[in-house]
Design a binder for this molecule. Structure first.
Ligand code: PBG
Length: 305
């Protein structure tokens, strides 16, 4: 397999907020912004003109509650964005993050049991399915469940089929580790947990085998693309998955990995372009087919030069 980086390999994440005319800088996250839908469309036009054809949309909702209902109720921010993006850029593949952490008042990725700080799996699968169906209805090409709730791909597949969305695909955040590298993202999406951490549902980075098991489960449940996240500290896992399975594989070059590069470049420690190509090549060499990265637009620009 070629390790050359192409725009077709890249998936560019976007954060969407309500309102108009907004393109807010994100303090912790140099070079990334939160866009209202009108500005999002303008930015996606730039991306598409550069040859990028896959975007991953994260919603930053106007409100939060215990049930995360802002994630799926009529008029939710992601569905609204997807509708407009698909209308204007039918060729761009639109993927949506399906999770609850940005929508729940407690900041966890699932619904909690009534008097206990524990995830209620059945309730969580139910809400994740509602979110996926809402996104599919709006025209998402892929829904990407990232809550690490057991059985989420199967539950979502079933719900999509029942709602008549057999053609909507699923990209599972299959092997998602409990990682410190998500720091800048949580700031961008306002999704940090209010208490505790995510170790009850995200993977323990000390173990390799669990990741392969999670990937196998997601493939069995019907995932069209599986994912390893983060990427750089997990290249061995990417390689393991590639050797074991044929399913298309994405690696998420996450926010913390991105800011490392940015801060170093600003300090003159390295040339941004050089280090980005080295990193992307290493992720492809390990075996990823797709890379979700905040560098995508820069890479597309560099590839054109
Ligand atoms: C939501 C989610 C997270 C990321 C993507 N989807 C954060 C988390 O698990 O807290 C992180 C992405 C990044 O750091 O770039 N569950």
């Amino acid at each position: 397999m070629s390790t050359n980086i192409k725009t077709d390999d890249l998936i560019y994440p976007y954060f969407v907020i309500s309102g108009k005319g907004k393109a807010e800088e994100i303090g912790s996250f140099p070079g990334q912004r939160r866009f209202s839908i009108d500005k999002l469309l303008a930015d996606i036009k730039e991306s598409a003109d550069l040859g990028l054809n896959k975007v991953l949309i994260f919603g930053v909702p106007a409100g939060k509650d215990k049930e995360g209902s802002f994630a799926y109720l009529k008029g939710n921010i992601v569905s609204a964005a997807v509708k407009e993006v698909k209308k204007q850029f039918p060729k761009v593949k639109v993927m949506t993050d399906v999770c609850l952490c940005a929508y729940t008042s407690h900041g966890h990725c699932g619904i909690l049991k009534r008097h206990r700080k524990q995830i209620d799996l059945a309730a969580t699968l139910d809400v994740l399915s509602k979110i996926a169906v809402a996104h599919a209805q709006a025209g998402a090409d892929y829904v990407a469940p990232s809550a690490m709730a057991q059985g989420q791909v199967e539950a979502i597949r079933k719900a999509l089929n029942e709602a008549g969305h057999k053609r909507t695909k699923i990209m599972g955040y299959s092997a998602k580790f409990a990682s410190s590298f998500y720091g800048p993202f949580r700031n961008a999406a306002g999704s940090a947990p209010k208490f505790g951490d995510r170790r009850a549902y995200q993977l323990d980075y000390r173990h390799r085998k669990n990741a392969l098991r999670e990937i196998g489960d997601d493939i069995g449940e019907g995932a069209d693309i599986v994912m390893v996240k983060p990427a750089l500290s997990y290249l061995d896992i990417i390689r393991d998955v590639r050797s074991e399975y044929r399913t298309p594989l994405a690696a998420y070059n996450v926010s913390g990995e991105y800011v490392f590069v940015k801060y170093g470049a600003r300090k003159g420690l390295w040339r941004e372009r050089d280090i980005v190509f080295e990193i992307m090549t290493s992720i492809k060499r390990a075996g990823a087919d797709f890379i979700i990265t905040y560098h995508a637009k820069d890479i597309a620009r560099w590839l054109k030069e």
